[in-house]
Design a protein around this ligand. Structure first.
Ligand code: KIV
Ligand code: ZN
Length: 517
């Protein structure tokens, strides 16, 4: 009989540690709701001691999201555990996740503690967390570089202290599958009380092995995997949820394990996380990349038409991706448009659907073929940003070899006390995009540093939607912004305004007032 693997999603905690991926509490709640629809078993909402925003996000998720267990991270310290417990108070099902590094390098240089002290502190932390939650997970950080005998000793002691899950992190992505599988097997064989807890794994992707390592662990007795949507996370990221889940499903003959995931929600969840974090999914990414179900070669297309399984091991519909890339054109009506969006997993209220349909018609007039990616980009652009202060209303550029590039921009103050107020200004720049950004800086009173700027086309054809991405830094805060349009200058201005809104959402209102005389 197939084993049921617990899916612990850490997109909102470790995933958010991805550089530039900071999310507001409202955005985190939106993602958490979608994770619940996806069917994850545990949602790690954040690290409450790390910032008031994280504490608030966990609190809001605990109040709003029913179904999955809600977890919060804590170091093995009283203040951390108390902060986690306070944020989780209203969760129907809660988990406190405590961690403490155990490897020689962390003991010597980071913690400056001997093995005995680490052991004592880990046991103390689990007992302390047990006062607030019967469900306690313990992670010996950098477990894969810890001496196995000491690791076994720590695991046995924390289970005795009450840990219900012991998580084995490959914190720096150092492990390789055969070795990591053996580590998990060793734990099942050598730790006498291991049957009283679930073994979990948490693999980072520094060598591109996070998914193979997680799967090797499952094959060797792990009952829980920690993973993130699109594999986002610290440095090279975490194991990707969609790759693990689909590997278990497609190779059920080998793993004999199932999950509670509704795989048809995968694509929608991937798009939501990408759009709110600003982290683009690479086209060749397994399962959710734009090319994952695209067949270019004539031989492959012929094979697919004769028998789909010649070149496809799963159906795009199984992960919520529409079958056909060529879906709608300018003669398509509202009904067909709404149906297609619904097949892609987007259910919009009437006003958002109206706005998205109007944009679809404008695009369909310019572009012969409308692809699913175009539709997803239109919808994401129309969804109101969680903390939208400014909205781009109009952009006009004068530029040319004999002209100083000049931008005229109109912004509306979308969700402020001055709702509906229209601002307009102009400025010159070194090029049209620079002129836009200088104008927006003047209008918003912020002059962030532009760390990165890129434009790429979302789909094919000369009228394809262009997607601009910017990365801005203002004081200590770094944010990403994204915007789409068939006009790349407009896409660039939208991306900049989107990033500005994120900056303003993260700038305390007192500091903001001083920027707006
Ligand atoms: O990578 C890691 O070790 C972690 C722990 C806190 C589980 O994220
Ligand atoms: Zn991690």
């Amino acid at each position: 009989m197939a084993r049921r693997i617990t899916i612990f999603d850490t997109t909102l905690r470790d995933g958010e540690q991805c550089p530039g991926a900071s999310l507001t509490p409202a955005e985190k709640v939106e993602i958490a709701r979608q994770l619940a629809r996806l069917g994850v078993d545990v949602i790690e909402g954040g690290f409450p001691i790390a910032s008031p925003g994280d504490a608030q996000a966990v609190k809001l998720i605990a109040q709003a999201v029913k179904g999955p267990v809600i977890a919060a991270l804590a170091r093995s310290l009283a203040a951390d555990i108390e902060a986690a417990a306070a944020s989780l108070k209203s969760a129907k099902r809660r988990r406190i996740h405590v961690f403490l590094a155990t490897s020689p390098i962390h003991r010597k240089y980071k913690l400056r503690k001997a093995r005995e002290e680490i052991l004592r502190q880990a046991v103390w932390a689990v007992k302390y967390a047990k006062r607030y939650s019967h469900d306690v997970e313990f992670s010996p950080e950098d477990a894969s570089r810890t001496e196995p005998a000491f690791l076994h000793q720590v695991i046995e002691a924390v289970i005795k202290a009450g840990a219900t899950t012991v998580n084995i992190p490959d914190t720096v992505g150092f492990a390789i599958p055969e070795e990591f599988g053996r580590l998990i097997k060793g734990i099942t064989e050598e730790v006498p009380n291991i049957h009283r807890a679930t073994i979990s794994v948490h693999c980072h992707n520094d060598l591109g092995l996070s998914v193979p390592n997680s799967l090797a662990a499952i094959a060797n007795g792990a009952g829980q995997v920690e993973c993130t949507i699109n594999g986002i996370g610290e440095r090279a990221g975490n194991a990707s949820l969609e790759e693990i889940v689909m590997s278990l499903r497609i190779r059920a003959d080998f793993y004999r394990a199932t999950t509670g995931i509704d795989t048809t929600q995968i694509y929608k969840t991937s798009r939501l996380v990408s759009s709110l974090t600003g982290i683009v999914v690479q086209p060749n990414k397994a399962i959710v990349g734009g090319n994952a179900f695209a067949h270019e070669s004539g031989i492959h297309q012929d094979g697919i038409l004769k028998h789909r399984q010649t070149y496809e091991i799963m159906r795009p519909q199984d992960v919520g991706v529409g079958e056909s890339k060529l879906v709608l054109g300018k003669l398509s009506g509202r009904h067909a448009f709404a149906r297609r969006l619904s097949a892609l997993g987007f259910r919009l209220p009437k006003d958002e659907l109206d706005r998205a349909f109007a944009r679809f018609k404008v695009l369909a007039d310019k572009k012969k073929e409308i692809f699913d990616e175009d539709l997803a980009a239109i919808v994401e652009d129309e969804l109101p940003a969680a903390q939208e202060v400014y909205k781009l209303v109009y952009v006009h550029i004068t530029s040319g070899s004999e002209t100083v590039p000049t931008a005229t921009i109109r912004l509306s103050e979308a969700r402020s006390a001055k709702e509906g107020k229209i601002l307009q200004d102009s400025a010159c720049g070194d090029g049209p995009v620079d002129a836009c950004y200088k104008t927006i800086n003047r209008m918003t009173g912020l002059s962030p540093q532009l760390l990165a700027y890129s434009v790429h086309s979302v789909t094919r054809g000369k009228e394809a939607l262009g997607e601009a991405m910017v990365k801005l830094r203002y004081r200590e805060t770094e944010v990403m912004g994204r915007g789409t349009s068939t006009d790349i200058i407009e896409a660039s201005a939208k991306a900049y305004v989107n990033a500005m809104n994120r900056l303003l959402a993260q700038t305390p209102s007192r500091a903001r007032r001083s920027l707006h005389p």
